[in-house]
Design a protein around this ligand. Structure first.
Ligand SMILES: Cc1ncc(COP(=O)(O)O)c(C=O)c1O
Length: 386
């Protein structure tokens, strides 16, 4: 390559799953029957009404043009209604909602809208890898704040207050948490809003898991009094509506923040295909029973995943929220990589090593519930065989 890459690529590595999935595909091409319990891509389908709407809308020749940068009004209204019904949060669909091409995309747009190269960003360790990767991509400095098991994986406010936060402009958080499965706690959110106001930090909360295997009422950070002054919240149809491949998410928050993100976004993409937006509106009409049926399937799968982790002598909390189980590996193993490689190369079963979510994950693994019961059972029987 005679043209050098941009400097930002010197520290940025290809996304772990992008590399690992290529290896798994290669193994499968060599007829090795790899079972992938790594990635959290729902295998279940969206509701039939959603798919029917997509098809009928795509058959209309008038529906193939560019769309508004901020999505069609009906979609923004459906998103605002979702916030009203699920979180009792009131949002103006015209000014406080911005549909996105998935929440992952939103992480980049938010970072471009609010971070300059000399700024610092608080990123949870453990956390979704894109927060740190994108911060680095825009030249900002990543400051990790710890989530500790003995504090229910909530932020350690004592540690936070002891940090030098002068240059911190933005803080990422995510509850229910991925990868730890920790639930959202209203008390944590209240403390975070007070902290952000005092330190003048923009809180960016990523909330894609609040309807998945959650025993408690889902919470939005925006439901905390005064939160809109300092907080934005990402949400997504990927997990709640089994629409991961569709790429539909959205950002909620006060108009000035939303407008800043829209300025970036309108220069980057040209909106989402109308039939997808119309179908998403239908998906938001899925009755509660549809969500319960999805969770009932995950719950059954989770029982087998527990047995799999028991067979591997891993320890885990049974109160986790979301579509994964986060588990601690036995003390006699060197690290999660040892267990993951052994499983992949000897049993052809892939689970995610915890270190991809931060160094503190080096003794943990994550098992996804996005495989059919019979697949999980096959993985279990392979693991049980000597
Ligand atoms: C915590 C978290 N945030 C964001 C995403 C990305 O979701 P989306 O499909 O909406 O881009 C994921 C996907 O796995 C996730 O786990």
């Amino acid at each position: 390559m005679i043209i050098p890459k941009a400097k930002r690529l010197q520290s940025l590595k290809e996304y772990y799953f992008s590399v690992k999935l290529a290896e798994i595909r290669q193994m499968q091409a060599e007829s090795k029957p790899v079972i992938n319990l790594g990635i959290g891509s729902p295998d279940l389908a969206p509701s039939q009404a959603t798919i029917d709407e997509l098809v009928s809308s795509a058959n209309n020749p008038n529906n193939h043009a560019y769309q508004p940068y901020k999505g069609i009004p009906a979609l923004r209204k459906a998103m605002a209604d979702f916030y009203r019904d699920i979180y009792t949060v009131s949002l103006d669909p015209d000014t406080e909602i911005l549909p996105l091409i998935g929440s992952k995309e939103g992480i980049t747009h938010i970072s471009l809208a609010f971070l300059d190269p000399e700024d610092e960003v608080l990123v949870p360790e453990l956390g979704y890898p894109a927060y740190a990767a994108v911060s680095e991509m825009v030249g900002a400095e990543v400051i990790y704040y710890p989530l500790l098991e003995n504090q229910n994986w909530q932020p350690d406010f004592e540690a936070l207050n002891n940090m030098n936060l002068k240059k911190v402009k933005l803080m990422w958080l995510n509850y229910p948490n991925m990868p730890t499965g920790a639930k959202a706690e209203r008390r944590t959110f209240e403390k975070l809003v007070a902290f952000a106001k005092e330190k003048k930090i923009l809180l960016c909360h990523d909330n894609p898991y609040s309807l998945i295997l959650n025993q408690e009422a889902p919470i939005s950070l925006l439901s905390i009094e005064g939160a809109k002054e300092v907080a934005l919240e990402l949400n997504s149809m990927s997990k709640t509506h089994n629409m991961a491949g569709w790429r539909i998410g959205w950002l909620s928050g006060a108009k000035p923040y939303i407008d800043a993100v829209l300025t970036i976004k309108s220069n980057v993409d040209s909106g989402t295909f109308f039939p997808m937006q119309a179908a998403a509106v239908k998906a938001f009409q899925n009755p509660i029973a549809w969500h319960e049926a999805r969770n009932a399937i995950y719950k059954q799968r989770r029982e087998i995943a527990y047995q799999l982790l028991d067979a591997l002598q891993c320890q885990y909390d049974r109160q986790q929220v979301g579509m994964f189980i986060w588990a601690k590996i036995p003390d006699n193993l060197r690290d999660a990589g040892e267990l993951v490689d052994k499983l992949l190369y000897e049993k052809y079963v892939f689970i995610t090593p915890g270190f991809i979510f931060g160094e503190k994950g080096s003794r943990y693994v994550r098992v996804s519930l996005c495989s059919k019961e019979e697949v999980l059972k096959e993985a279990l029987s392979r693991v049980r065989q000597n």
